[in-house]
Design a protein around this ligand. Structure first.
Ligand SMILES: Cc1ncc(COP(=O)(O)O)c(C=O)c1O
Length: 375
């Protein structure tokens, strides 16, 4: 099989990830923060070291501000529901995933909030337009770092500066498609809530995600329960990460995420990104079929995500042909980003998405282009 659905989840994972998940879970698979025995304390110390590693990887505010979640969707729900109040105003973009759009839509109903959606100008959100829309009621600005449909990638530092210079709104970034392939500096970009999922370009397993926050934010816990300490307190403890982490931690996922990030550090994020971009260029150079239209970022600062349209086949039919006749796995449809497709003019059938990963080869890309040229 030729796997070209890395934006859904990277597959396979680096060998190191599978190995460390087994090794560390065999060695430290006890409940952290729940016991005072030696092994539990050692496991807790290891998890704290991993928080520090993650914090340094993204230049966050401190290891306590690294909150483990189940995935990006979970982290986005925690952040959005934790800060939004009745009658607040939120500015976001049409490029967002349903993991942002749906929590906001539910809040529109239950708390009567107002949500404004910015279109990109070309590939980028225009900070002059953002500035014009910011006002005193704007509580939150939510921006997708890299689109999962086209790879369009935003200039986070310019957006962060614009928000901070012109409002008191919080800045929330969904980096689910960029984290691990495009460097992000949380503090430099003035990000208050940085969200990503563990199982895409960070090479971790499913079931683990990240919310890295600015400790200055005012945020209510979204889910409450056991914290392993302060059990006499009838409410969720106030300190981070415990305010936002309730229940037993997914340490198996934490160990896998650690190994994934180490793989990126050992390989080099630039090397990973440039290999993926090289493969994307190879695909674009070799696609000669006049019936095919390509929608993708023209910039080298974007991940290798290519959306394809064919005059004679729907995206779903094209994906079926690629899979059933040629063993090529891609993804067709709206990719949980309906407003992005409305903006691109590809709603309601969406596109065929080819998402290239570090483990793809030139040979695989040439096979795909030659198959697409025949159709
Ligand atoms: C841009 C973006 N945001 C959020 C998500 C949600 O990630 P998860 O399903 O891991 O919560 C995805 C997943 O495809 C995504 O591409």
């Amino acid at each position: 099989m030729i796997y070209l659905d890395n934006s859904a989840t990277t597959f396979p994972k680096p060998e190191k990830v599978y190995k460390e998940m087994i090794d560390l879970y065999q060695k430290y698979g006890v409940n952290v923060e729940r016991g005072n025995y030696k092994l539990s304390l050692e496991a807790h110390a290891l998890v704290q070291k991993i928080r520090l590693k993650i914090n340094n990887f993204f230049n966050g505010y401190s290891e306590e501000c690294v909150v483990f979640t189940y995935n990006a969707t979970d982290a986005l729900n925690i952040a959005i529901n934790g800060v939004i109040e009745e009658n607040d105003r939120v500015i976001t973009t049409v490029l967002e995933h349903n993991s942002v759009l749906r929590p906001l839509n539910h809040l529109k109903k239950s708390k009567r909030i107002e949500v404004e959606y910015l279109n990109p100008s070309g590939e980028k959100i225009d900070t002059r337009e953002l500035k014009a829309r910011l006002d005193k009621r704007t509580k939150l600005v939510v921006v997708n770092h890299s689109s999962n449909v086209t790879g369009y990638t935003q200039d986070l530092e310019a957006i962060g500066r614009c928000i901070k210079e012109n409002s008191s709104a919080y800045f929330l970034v969904d980096a689910s498609q960029s984290a691990g392939v495009i460097p992000v500096d949380i503090k430099k970009a003035s990000i208050d809530f940085f969200v990503t999922t563990g199982h895409k370009a960070l090479y971790g397993p499913t079931g683990i995600g990240l919310l890295i926050l600015n400790p200055e934010v005012k945020i209510r816990p979204f889910r409450v329960g056991g914290s392993g300490h302060s059990s006499e307190n009838p409410y969720q403890p106030d300190n981070f990460p415990d305010r936002l982490e309730a229940g037993t931690l997914n340490i198996l996922g934490v160990f896998g995420l650690k190994a994934g990030i180490e793989f990126i550090e050992e390989t080099g994020i630039e090397k990973i990104h440039s290999k993926e971009l090289k493969l994307k260029k190879l695909l674009l150079e070799n696609l000669e079929n006049k019936k095919i239209k390509i929608l993708t970022s023209k910039e080298d600062s974007s991940p290798a995500i290519v959306s394809i349209l064919h005059c004679d086949y729907s995206p779903a039919d094209l994906a079926n042909i690629l899979d059933s006749e040629f063993g090529i796995a891609t993804r067709a449809g709206l990719h949980c980003a309906p407003l992005a497709h409305k903006f691109l003019g590809t709603f309601p059938y969406g596109t065929l998405r080819v998402s290239i990963g570090y483990f793809n080869t030139e040979e695989e890309i040439l096979t795909l282009s030659s198959v697409l040229n025949q159709l």
